[in-house]
Design a binder for this molecule. Structure first.
Ligand SMILES: NC(=O)c1ccc[n+]([C@@H]2O[C@H](COP(=O)([O-])OP(=O)(O)OC[C@H]3O[C@@H](n4cnc5c(N)ncnc54)[C@H](OP(=O)(O)O)[C@@H]3O)[C@@H](O)[C@H]2O)c1
Length: 332
């Protein structure tokens, strides 16, 4: 099979697109004919070596996948040959990744694709949709009528947070870096979208949030959180989610935090159990079917362009290039 793989960690040029042996399936595995994959920031951290999760080399890159079942192991119960499925959480903890024509994946990480959903949408929504859902509901306990803030409302995670929070009955505030992206945030469902480069952004957020009592759930997608600013905008007993910035060591205003009875919540989606991820996936499928959630696709490329796709993701996540709005999807 053709695959995008690495034999050593390094910059995007370490990715080779070439032939590898077809994978063997275990008893609980499903063999997929891959139709689409999507890039996530963590793919680039693993490829670069910043996060040491690359399995045995050659290591196929990538977490997200959508495809069709072509073979099932003897213990597989949920899927049969011909089913269209999506999944994430591959390429982690010793598992091989998804950027290949065929992928052997334990059925516990796979979910049916709704009939109306394209393979590209299914791959694009995988890791970011699960992350948004787990953050908002498993960890953040978002309730209808609460005020939700998210930075980067057109980003991979942010665009799902905006849509899912709006569908859950929250008042949604999002930021973005250009006027076009501010408008896109509104189209995705944000009640208030502000340009994060606007000097008046804080006043505008405060004016919107304070009639609701402040921000009840702050979903921070940035690697360098600004706690003084965040805490001043929070409602008493509000929750702040941190989910990015492994190297980040920001100053923390302890006094303003505790006198408001605030809570700080951290999570990484890959720590969620297969049952927790399956529950989130079922909710995402239902949200897709009801029209409440559409994965936001920013670029579609060929699998053979995996190295360029990594560079584009990296330029944006680490380099703040602002040239991407949504997910990069690749097709074999
Ligand atoms: N803990 C977990 O389980 C988990 C899961 C997924 C992702 N993550 C992490 O979460 C982060 C976001 O991931 P992603 O896939 O959503 O990345 P992404 O698609 O690259 O989105 C990044 C977003 O950040 C916005 N942004 C850039 N500079 C900003 C600023 N100064 N103020 C406010 N927003 C700004 C961008 O907005 P513009 O495009 O408008 O500039 C963009 O929307 C990454 O660091 C990733 O590693 C963690």
């Amino acid at each position: 099979m053709k695959a995008a793989y690495i034999r050593e960690t390094g910059d995007p040029t370490v990715i080779t697109y070439g032939d590898l042996p077809d994978p063997n399936i275990g008893p609980n595995d499903v063999l997929l004919r891959v139709a689409a994959v999507a890039v996530n920031p963590i793919d680039t951290y693993i490829r670069s070596g910043a996060v040491s999760m690359a399995a045995d080399f050659p290591y196929v890159v990538g977490c997200d996948v959508a495809g069709t079942v072509v073979e099932v192991g003897p213990a597989v119960r949920r899927f049969k040959v011909g089913d269209r499925v999506w999944g994430s959480n591959q390429g982690l903890f010793g598992r091989q990744g998804t950027f290949s024509e065929l992928a052997a994946i334990d059925e516990k990480w796979l979910y049916p694709i709704p009939p109306e959903m394209s393979d590209n949408e299914a791959a694009a929504g995988a890791l970011v949709g699960l992350t948004a859902h787990l953050g908002l509901f498993l960890h953040g306990h978002l309730r209808p009528g609460e005020c939700l803030f998210v930075n980067g409302g057109t980003g991979g995670v942010g665009s799902s947070v905006v849509q899912l929070a709006r569908a859950a009955g929250a008042y949604v505030i999002a930021t973005a870096g250009t006027d076009e992206k501010v408008e896109a945030c509104q189209q995705l469902g944000a009640h208030l979208a502000v340009n994060y480069r606007d000097d008046r952004r804080e006043d505008r957020i405060r004016a919107f949030a304070m009639p609701h009592g402040g921000i009840h759930l702050w979903f921070e997608t940035q690697r360098e959180p600004t706690f003084d600013r965040t805490i001043s905008l929070m409602a008493p007993r509000g929750r702040v989610i941190l989910m990015a910035g492994r190297q980040s060591r920001p100053q923390f205003p302890v006094g303003p935090f505790y006198v408001k009875d605030l809570r700080l919540l951290g999570f990484a989606m890959f720590n969620a159990s297969p049952d927790e991820q399956r529950e989130a996936a079922a909710a995402l499928n239902a949200a897709y079917e009801s029209g409440a959630w559409r994965p936001h696709i920013g670029a579609v490329m060929k699998l053979s362009e995996a190295a360029e796709a990594h560079r584009l993701q990296e330029d944006n996540t680490l380099g703040f290039a602002g040239t991407l709005s949504g997910k990069i999807v690749l097709n074999p």
